[in-house]
Design a protein around this ligand. Structure first.
Ligand code: SD4
Length: 342
């Protein structure tokens, strides 16, 4: 198995993706970057502007929960982002169907799954957490609740996303696929780009540690492009796509949600941290667990991102190309490369 951190780091620097001084980031134990409190991290390159919105709250002494909600709303409203929120690629039938979850420092959590017509599922997830006795609302019920809470009903399928969906339909013959990260990752069709890369359907998972030392997390996505109607991924499943334990740390995931759900991935990362693994070691073990149970998973992408109670970061994925954004008082607008097995 290869450790490609040096290689990926070099390529990010070369491509201008990595912020100035990133290569000298302070490494914590077992490879993870050590941040100072308050801090926020999130998956992928769109995590950089999301972190800025979170930082505006954290830097003023605000609560981690408010920070992750504000951060997650940034890609949700970005019309160029086809994997989160409005303008997300639709399911096989052309419905934009969104999944999101949020968790605070007291172990409170809320989530929505297969939610249509609401541009900010993360805020609906928070409303589920704070205003109902439930954790997860789905489909028509989630939409009804959102509208009762005053969220506007909107058309989320943009003309650009419709064009991409119609192009997919021509070749797909309406045949359901397990996920569009299998196979050549759209290289032949040219639609989706490299595994886990920009243009492929990615999720924002965000973890923040506030000045008071409290952790919260958020996760929001439009899920797998062209999925079967009704398909729910890992992102709204507490313990799979997101888990936070204020005594230990938090974890979140991106990639093929079915594999994350099967292994209760984010909960596993946090439990491994509780047992003494660094965030980096814990993320690596969670990825290894997926591969051990199902070696064929080496052809798909799953990435875990973790933040400990002390501000140490971990990031590990199956395939190279998993990037994450980090931000604290000393480091802003920074994009880092996670480690990977391949
Ligand atoms: C899902 N984990 O719905 C999400 C999608 C994703 O990179 O993150 N793709 O399974």
């Amino acid at each position: 198995m290869l450790n490609r951190r040096g290689l990926i780091g070099a390529s990010l620097v070369g491509s201008g993706l990595m912020g100035a001084g990133a290569a000298s980031a302070a490494a914590g134990s077992a490879g993870g970057v050590q941040l100072t409190r308050p801090c926020v991290i999130s998956t992928w390159d769109f995590g950089v502007p999301a972190n800025q919105a979170a930082w505006a709250i954290l830097s003023k002494g605000g609560r981690a929960l408010d920070a992750v909600e504000a951060g997650a709303r940034i890609p949700e409203q970005d019309l160029k982002n086809h994997s989160v929120g409005r303008a997300g690629y639709p399911d096989r039938d052309g419905h934009v169907s969104l999944d999101a979850s949020i968790m605070d420092e007291q172990g409170n959590c809320g989530a929505v799954a297969a939610l249509e017509h609401i541009a900010h599922p993360i805020s609906v997830a928070r409303a589920v957490m704070e205003k109902t006795p439930h954790v997860l609302l789905v489909g028509a019920g989630a939409l009804q609740f959102a509208q009762e809470q005053g969220f506007p009903r909107e058309e989320l399928l943009t003309p650009e996303s419709r064009v991409a969906w119609e192009a997919w339909k021509k070749d797909a013959k309406y045949a359901p696929k397990a996920n569009s990260e299998v196979g050549d990752y759209g290289k032949t069709s040219g639609q989706l780009g490299t595994p886990g890369g920009k243009g492929n359907h990615d999720t924002i998972g965000m973890l923040a540690l506030d000045a008071q030392g409290n952790l919260s997390g958020a996760c929001t996505t439009s899920g797998m492009a062209w999925k079967l109607r009704g398909r729910v991924g890992d992102s709204p499943i507490i313990g799979a796509g997101l888990y936070v334990d204020n005594d230990v740390g938090g974890a979140t995931s991106t990639g093929v949600g079915e594999e994350v759900i099967r292994n209760v991935g984010s909960f596993l990362v946090v439990e491994l941290m509780r047992q003494g693994r660094s965030p980096q070691e814990a993320c690596k073990e969670a990825v290894a667990r997926i591969l051990k149970k199902k070696p064929a998973a080496k052809d798909i992408q799953v990435g875990f991102l973790a933040l400990s109670k002390t501000g140490e970061v971990g990031a590990w994925s199956i395939q190279k190309g998993f990037s994450y954004a980090l931000c604290d008082g000393a480091r802003q607008d920074r994009l880092e490369a996670g480690e990977s097995f391949w």
